[in-house]
Design a protein around this ligand. Sequence first.
Ligand code: F6R
Length: 611
Amino acid sequence: MCGIVAAVSYRNVVPTLLEGLRRLEYRGYDSCGVATVADGKLQRARSVARVHELAEQCEEDGVAGQTGIAHTRWATHGAPEVCNAHPLVSRDHVALVHNGIIENHEEIRRQLQDKGYVFTSQTDTEVIAHLVNDCYEDDLLKAVMKAVGFLKGSYAIAVIASDEPHRVIAARQGSPMVLGIGEGENLVASDAMAIGGVTDQIVYLSEGDVVDLKPDAWTVYAREGEDGAFMPVEREIRVVHAYAGAVELGPYRHFMQKEIFEQPRAVSDTLEGVAAISPTLFGGNAEDIFKQTKRLLFLACGTSYYAALTAKYWIEELAGIPCDVEIASEYRYRVSVPDPDTLVVTISQSGETADTLAALRHARDALGMQKTLTICNVATSAMVHESLLSYITRAGVEIGVASTKAFTTQLTALYLLALTLAKLNGRLNAAKEEEELKRLRHLPVAMSAVLALEPQVMAWAERFAVKQDALFLGRGVHYPIALEGALKLKEISYIHAEAYPAGELKHGPLALVDNTMPVVTVAPNDSLLEKLKSNMQEVRARGGELYVCADGDSVIDTVDGMHVIRLPENYGRLSPILHCVALQLLAYHTSVSKGTDVDKPRNLAKSVTVE
Ligand code: F6R
């Protein structure tokens, strides 16, 4: 998703801006750009290539300056072309970068066109650039404050003007932005990691904030009082160690590979400090809230949604509490029946996903469901901030667009939630609790054993790389894992993949099976294995080639056209956390074999902060 970095300093800021953009590359983008003020003039470079090509362009064109703004764009309004890349400039006077979506851009565009403003892009962002220019009298801060009053939608913006060479004005509403305080320089960025190389002094800007940045000073303004006038406000400065090491690849070829292999560490970190199963893991007042909970409603998107689907099996079985799981982007717009005794659980790697955040607000504000819990990888995110309870997974920064370690740490946290609710419901005695904790603590070791199967998975991947389609089958709690395996494969290798609960095969998808169709089957040694074996026979009878992820002790007779990888341990209820690792490796190596861009798959962004 789009990324912003802006800085005002006594030194040339272009290297800082470019380094910031590099650190934001993981979010996904299709164009990028930089603008500076130097000698009373705006300079700009934009590119539809990668940030390192933009850096070459800046070098060639001599783009430099002590004040600048930069952006990686993920197209929403207008194609990924240079004319639509940010910064957008108004009459050589104002340059602006923007994240978010302006909903009333057409109306404002018409008004500005009537005033003679000429538009050179199809973006909603250009509207803001011209609007700020139109509001400008002699002070950029006042112009931005006035302009944002006309905007409907979401934005994080950073703005410079040619006649104010030592000033950046930034503002946010609905899109995240942080202020970084340096020595003799100040910065804003979409996240702390972008400026982690310059400063660890971070202010998380609140909704509606406007910031005035100069090299030696910064002031945050917010609307205060009855007339809603902007007034200077205090904001807490936090020390944020923005994961400098996390953006290094180390010995791995791609971030996704690195993150797959980091999973034993990530799960172990997520379990750190869990001495016993207790509601306090989820926040001080969790016990009261959990005790009143009659039902759970999970809201999430993508991979996080599949984590929620998995949790439903665990919670209903262990705790005996009914769970509903909804795709956040659907839930926020449908008419549903509110229930104040339901615990609303949002799951998100980033904690900023627009649809999930809006669904949480819809449940809480429109439907009056006040009991909220977020399972999230980013402690400072909006979702955590806006929920009563939280569990912070400790995956560390996830750079690869395809989520891996965030998923397995979410599952770990969700299993803890299932155990906690079971304990409060009198369904987990001390001996069982000890046994479950022991099993959880051994999980990183079991995951490492699955990672050691990489060479076998690579052999499968070679065969997948030439396929157009694939089917994934699972049953019970492994059905969401089949869904996740199919999502991983399609998003990074662009192979069309679908997942079904294996029992559904004969109700339609079996028609797709012929001798060109690989069928991945998640086949742990559980109570559904015999049923699954019948489904596998249905596939073989139609010539479909089976790729079976089994456990060491799954009794499966291998026949021609069947390839079996055996996970070393049968891990009972936690088995989904192991089987998904094998499927992540399959997607990863298939993508490598095909030569697609593993970490930045086409059309996708890491953090989806727009609708
Ligand atoms: C898939 C993937 C996405 C995200 C989804 C939600 O690999 O990464 O499907 O899971 O966009 O993102 P978060 O978890 O940040 O809310």
